[in-house]
Design a protein around this ligand. Structure first.
Ligand code: TEU
Length: 554
């Protein structure tokens, strides 16, 4: 069994985790200062978002030097110290490789701008007239995916911000440059890599406009993607490291190929279909109430599909691009603890490797910003302008940002109740919600019933009961929209995981016999003595366990 199958991985948004040098921005020494907290939580690996040299227009996902540390985050010595300190605590580091694009401030792009033909071929430049982009493709951050360079009489492709120019992976020199980046960081002694939007790197032979969409169908899971991934992994010898690919708008079939060990591509994948059930007509910036039936269907489809074909899911609700899940699918006001614990359980007991995004273990919420001035994210600020241009009022546009902005997940980690939540001793780069006075690590460490201590329990269960990492998965009551109930099985063990996704009591379609099961975890207290479960309370979750040949509690 791959080591990653019983690991729990913690994601750190480096800019918002801990500020050690008092500039209001998170940094590497700050991360180092909080390793004991992470060790106590019980996580195995730490994925840090990029801290390489960058103009920080996209907070580090716009890299201008893959082999240098941006001074905002620290020095190479800080990186080496962090790796050593984490290793001393048995934790490994995963670095974030942004290989679909570089910052336009990268030396390669600057040489291309100077007309150097060798470096023009590092990117996707197309000849053209100033008023007709090569295709009608749209940037994921709004607007055209092409930018015109008058002195070159060429357009360049940017699937994200205009300062993030897409690399030309067809060019073997580009592939070799990026392999060298992997080799450089691998020899530092890290444990793995996250690959940013890696399924977008293979562009089509011919660039054509999309009559039915924004162009993504032409470059997503592109023609050479598996070939490129196999080559990257083989030539850098990282097949035994922990690797995860962020797969934008992907398919189950491709994700099986990305993560089946026989393919020798990646250890696992992030897919996002389950995080679009509140997108109206699939559009991020159009709100609708979450479709829980669709959520259940997608979760079981991906669990069963990957199981049948030996793929492996990364399990996550939150990351630095997503709103806080307790605000999005839970109830941060009436059932804050219950819903946060239920959402955590629903994912941590599934088949796959769970990721905890910083603050998720505390039940951190969306900040509820009231003005556009509080936002920092380039995508959000772009879409605020687009929404106003489409005729939305400021209030309507702010309501949409309040639900969808990536800044919802980027507020500073709430360590304690002090003015700046213990994150910094000066005003942070982005404001902190007032609820940090009660939602913070210090308060929750002292509360036996806290979300934090519940997450510690979930992590410890994965270490104690092999069925969680190794067992098969099967779903119960699939027709019932409100619940998400499943079982995990090995030869010796059975785990029963019951979740109510809704804010009201739900009667199960049939009584569940739980005689012989031990109660391992839950948010409404023990079921000991009950022979059956017939209903679930609002946002109730419970984890029940039985071994084939003896009582679990023997
Ligand atoms: O995210 C790509 C991605 O899928 C999301 O940014 C999504 O496309 C966007 O929010 C629109 O819904 C990765 C990184 O996680 C993100 O932080 C970067 O901004 C992006 O790639 C570009 O590197």
């Amino acid at each position: 069994m791959g080591t990653f199958k019983n690991h729990v991985i913690y994601q750190i948004y480096t800019k918002s985790f801990m500020d050690a040098n008092g500039d209001g921005l998170g940094d590497l020494r700050g991360v180092c200062s909080r390793l004991d907290y992470l060790k106590e939580l019980g996580v195995d690996d730490l994925w840090l978002t990029p801290f390489f040299k960058s103009p920080l227009r996209d907070n580090g996902y716009d890299i201008s030097d893959y082999l240098a540390i941006d001074p905002v985050f620290g020095t190479m010595e800080d990186v080496e110290e962090l790796i050593a300190q984490a290793d001393q605590r048995g934790m490994g580091l995963m670095f974030d490789m942004v290989f679909n694009h570089t910052s336009t401030e990268h030396a390669w792009f600057q040489k291309a701008l100077a007309g150097d033909p060798e470096y023009l071929d590092y990117y996707i430049f197309k000849d053209g007239a100033p008023d007709t982009p090569p295709t009608n493709w749209e940037s994921k951050f709004g607007g055209s995916a092409w930018e015109y360079v008058p002195h070159l009489k060429k357009w360049y492709l940017h699937l994200f911000d205009v300062t993030q120019a897409d690399l030309n992976w067809e060019n073997p020199r580009v592939r070799e440059e990026l392999k060298n980046v992997i080799r450089f960081w691998k020899q530092k002694g890290i444990r793995g890599f996250r690959f940013d939007v890696i399924n977008l790197i293979s562009k089509p032979e011919q660039f054509e406009s999309d009559r039915t969409g924004d162009g993504r169908r032409f470059y997503t899971d592109g023609p050479h993607i598996h070939e490129y991934l196999k080559e990257l992994v083989h030539d850098t010898g990282i097949q035994d490291m922990i690797t995860v690919g962020e797969m934008s708008s992907t398919t189950l079939n491709h994700c099986v190929r990305y993560s089946n060990p026989a393919e020798r591509e990646l250890s696992m994948v992030f897919s996002f279909h389950h995080l679009k059930v509140d997108y109206k007509d699939g559009k991020k910036w159009e709100l609708k109430a979450p479709d829980y039936r669709q959520l259940k269907r997608l979760l079981s489809e991906w669990q069963l599909g990957m199981q049948e074909q030996n793929g492996w899911n990364a399990l996550f609700w939150c990351n630095h691009d997503q709103p806080r899940i307790v605000s999005r699918l839970g109830d941060e006001h009436r059932y804050w603890k219950e819903s946060a614990k239920m959402l955590g359980t629903a994912f941590h007991m599934l088949r796959g490797t769970p990721y905890i995004y910083q603050g998720e273990e505390l039940g951190m919420t969306n900040p509820g910003y009231q003005t556009i001035g509080e936002y920092r994210d380039v995508e959000s600020i772009n879409y605020y302008k687009i929404l106003l241009a489409e005729g939305k009022t400021e209030a309507e546009a702010l309501q949409i940002l309040g639900a969808r902005s990536r800044d919802n997940g980027r507020t500073p980690m709430q360590w304690n109740a002090e003015d700046y939540a213990g994150f910094s001793n000066r005003k942070p780069w982005i404001s902190i919600p007032d609820n940090h006075s009660s939602i913070n690590a210090e308060a929750e460490r002292a509360d036996a019933d806290s979300i934090l201590n519940y997450y510690k329990k979930l992590i410890s269960l994965r270490k104690q009961y092999p069925v969680i990492a190794e067992g098969t998965v099967g779903f119960l009551f699939e027709e019932q929209e409100e619940t998400f109930c499943y079982q995990r099985e090995t030869e010796e063990e059975t785990l029963l995981v019951l979740n109510n996704f809704r804010d009201r009591k739900v009667t199960l379609p049939e009584a569940l016999d739980i005689s012989g099961y031990a109660y391992l975890a839950g948010n409404y207290g023990n079921t000991e003595g009950s022979a059956e479960v017939t209903a679930l309370k609002p946002y109730e979750t419970m984890v029940l366990y039985r071994t084939r040949n003896k009582m679990a509690t023997d």
